[in-house]
Every structure is written in structure tokens, then in C-alpha cells.
Design a protein around this ligand. Sequence first.
Ligand code: SF4
Length: 271
Amino acid sequence: MIINEVKCKSILNKSGISVIDYSINPYYGCAHKCQYCYAVFMKRFTGHTEPWGDFVDVKINAAEVLARQLPRVRKRSRISFGTVCDPYQPLELKYQVTRKCLEILKPYRHRVSILTKSTIVIRDADILRKLHKVRVSFTITSMDEKVRKIFEPGAPPAEKRFKAIRTLAQDGIRTSVFVAPVIPYISDSSATITDILRAAKNAGAEYVMFDTLNPYPKVWRNTQRLIEKHFPDKLASFNTYYTNRKTYSIHLRERIRILGEKYGIEYKYAF
Ligand code: SF4
């Protein structure tokens, strides 16, 4: 793993996502090394040539820059941590860049959301409790450790993520589950969706949101390669997804609706 300490000029960046005003990414790169990660495009902007997951640049001055930028931001903005990195990837234990940024946000009344796969977020419950409005969303794509090890080799097992949700929820911090991406024909069975909905409800998550795989060329090729290697019997079905996304999405929505209603937890679609 190549680790660089870098200084950023801006940490609060206008978001291109409609439900978010600003994003904060305390790191460039992500040690969770998810194989479907669309943030791999960040390599272009940072000059990195190493494989995704093999480098992390730590923005060591992020909190200072945030303190300068925040007074210029509209009140009650929607600020999201972790749009192109995991703000609680392992290096956060040492550097605490995310924690320091949360400290800076404490006196403001912004709406903060955090997207992570990591249990390290529990460490910051003391600050999260003091923020005006905050939600921690955990990405969980499968309960199957084989799938996790292939597609998210650097991230903790789903079971640990659910434990973290429970801990935060019991502490009064709002949480949700983001199933993204649903990997076609690998993590989209009724059994998988049921397991996730049930575990989310038991842990105290407020809702579960689902999203499908966006077949950006690099993401598509990488996912396809892994399915060919580890799940060869699923490859033909997986390949149909590329040209048949609309029908696939209709069927997936219906399956989620039926199971969501059966298990009595709020479900949402991001697709
Ligand atoms: S945790 Fe998120 S940002 Fe990090 S590699 Fe996985 S998908 Fe990409």
C-alpha cells in the first residue's frame, strides 16, 4: 500500500448529485478496494498509476481547509462524507481526518450524511451525537463472505457492519443500509434481499435503499472478469444485464417491494 500525506486546496466540494449540496472526501483512493468501485476514475485526477486500492493520499490539512470554507456555505446545506472514498477506511484510525472534520462541523446546523462500510465510525459516536442532523449509511451488498472477499476484499464482513449499525442506532444516531450495487445474478436473489432486510430491521436501521450496477466500462469489465473466474455458471446470465437493464430493474423492484412489505421495513430505490 502506498500512503502519501498531501495538502488539499478545497475539501468542501460542490456535488453533482441532486440530493447532496457538498461532498467531503478526506482521502484520495480507498483501501477497501471494491472491485465494482466507480471512484476508480479519480486516478485520472491524481496521477496515480497503481491499481485501485493500492494507494491512499491522506488530506492532512482537511479540517483546517474546512474551517475556512464553512462560513461561506449556505445554512442547512446537505453535506455528504464519502462520495469517492470511504471516510472510515483503516487509515482513519491513525490520521483521524474525518473525525477532525466532524469536530469542525459541530457548531453548524448542516445536514450531514456519512457513507461507509467500516466499523471505525463507532469511534466517533461522541461527535455524531452532537451534530445538528446526521445519518450514517452502511453499504452492504451481500451477506455472503465469499462474495465479500471477491468484490470488497478490504472491507469488513457484513455481519460486523450490522453490529456497528446496532451500536449507533442504540446510541440514538440515525442509520440506514445502502445495497449498492446489487450485483446481477450474484447478490440479487430473494434469499439475499431477505437476509439484508431482516438484518437491517433487527439492527435498527431506518430504511434500506437499493441501487443497481452501473456498467461503466471499467466497472463492467472488472466485474465480468471476476464472475467468469469465480462464478462461471452465472456469466451468461450476468452478460444479459448489459442489454436488458430495464427489464431487470422492473423485476428487481418488484421483488424488493414484496419482500420489503413482508418484513415491514422501509425500502427505497435509487435506480
Ligand atoms: S468503500 Fe466505496 S469508495 Fe472505497 S473502494 Fe469501496 S466502493 Fe470504492
